[in-house]
Design a protein around this ligand. Structure first.
Ligand code: SF4
Length: 388
């Protein structure tokens, strides 16, 4: 049985804002994104987001927000003026750290050539571009609305607007992809000198078009070879893998993502957004989920019923949720952090830690543990040891 202690009152806080529309739905995508039909309800959605944020204020009173992530869907469908109004509204309601990381996701093909300067003026200081591949054939299979040339032009625009801190999303193990093609994508990305690269294995998620009509994916061995070879290329270029799929140059780790994986707190607003807030005085953690579909979410502005679900995180779930996130990171896990963020004493970890050590998946020191190379490769098995 887990032993309860006190939560830290210093858990870092982030803000996630979801934008649920895309130009078209990609066949592999299981995010809360909806193909846009008709005009974007720009004004109404920003109004709803600010009203939604106000609901959360009593729970985070006096806390400083260290990062904001405008994710989707495709936030870059919204013009810079809308983002300016939104971020001004956020600043008026929350205490934003002066050096807060403010990221916006953008997709090639949805932003005009000169718009990135305006996003920068609105206060956005980090861009994450959904490139996925530079190869037109693979982009077509993935149902992306852009081609390789558009991807390159979008990156050039981001750089020309003065964003040094930008991320490129790339996927590997694509249908029909060879090792050389996966490497060519990485090489092409490196030519643009990104600060951060998210390098995802394409997986077939339930309730997607790919799940209904699965494409032929590279064999498992071939996929491992791609991961190893691409990883080596990134390491040679000075990137470090600080998380399973996230590579960064020194000093360019995404603070926002790091906060998720370290089991930090985040307010989640917008259609379908998830949030997690620790309430030390009440000795509990609550998770929240907003109404998913854009229409009910917008309608909720009438009676402020944005929240679809709110639940406390039970003691046993806290252990699993902490390690589910935390073990994705390459860094050691301080046991004091486990206690601060879960409100549980380290003694409750006896059995799963013993098993993980026996299996060679982690090494345990006096005040921290870290996953081994084997633990990184068999991450799912390691995480499963902490299931309630
Ligand atoms: S652009 Fe991104 S969020 Fe939108 S459908 Fe494609 S994968 Fe999903």
């Amino acid at each position: 049985m887990a032993t309860e202690i006190r939560f830290s009152s210093q858990i870092p806080l982030s803000l996630y804002i979801h934008f649920p529309w895309c130009v078209a739905k990609c066949p592999y995508c299981d995010f809360n994104s909806h193909a846009l039909s008709g005009p974007l309800p720009e004004e109404a959605y920003i109004d709803a987001l600010l009203a939604d944020l106000e609901l959360e204020l009593p729970r985070v009173w006096g806390r400083v927000v260290h990062s904001v992530f405008l994710g989707g869907g495709t936030p870059s469908l919204f013009p810079a003026a809308a983002m300016d109004r939104l971020l001004s509204g956020v600043r008026a309601r929350l205490s934003l750290a002066p050096d807060a990381e403010i990221t916006m996701e953008a997709n090639p093909g949805t932003v005009e050539h000169d718009r990135f300067e305006d996003y920068r003026s609105a206060g956005i200081n980090r861009i994450s571009l959904g490139i996925q591949s530079f190869d037109d054939r693979h982009l077509k299979t993935l149902g992306r609305i852009h081609g390789g040339d558009e991807a390159r032009r979008a990156i050039d625009s981001v750089r020309a607007a003065g964003f040094d801190n930008f991320n490129l999303d790339l996927m590997w193990a694509l249908p029909g992809q060879t090792l050389d093609q996966a490497l060519a994508d990485v090489d092409q990305a490196l030519e643009f000198a990104p600060a951060h690269l998210s390098h995802y294995h394409l997986t077939i998620e339930p309730n997607t078009l790919f799940a209904a009509r699965p494409p032929q994916l590279p064999a498992e061995d071939a996929a491992w070879d791609m991961q190893d070879a691409c990883g080596q290329r990134l390491a040679e270029a000075g990137f470090r893998p600080y998380e399973i799929s996230a590579w960064a140059r020194p000093g360019a780790i995404s603070r926002h993502n790091l906060n998720y994986w370290r089991f930090g707190d985040y307010i989640g607003i917008g259609a379908g957004a998830h949030g997690k807030i620790t309430l030390p005085a009440e000795e509990r953690i609550v998770r929240t989920r907003r109404k998913s579909h854009p229409r009910p979410y917008l309608n909720a502005a009438e009676d402020l019923s944005f929240i679809a679900e709110e639940r406390p995180v039970g003691t046993e779930d806290r252990v699993f949720e902490y390690f589910l996130n935390r073990l994705r990171l390459a860094e050691p896990v301080p046991l004091a952090e486990f206690e601060d963020r879960t409100g549980l004493a380290r003694e409750c970890l006896g059995e799963p830690l013993h098993q993980a050590r026996e299996l060679g998946l982690v090494e345990v020191e006096t005040d921290h543990l870290h996953r081994t190379e084997k633990g990184a490769r068999y991450l799912n098995d390691l995480q499963a040891l902490f299931l309630p």
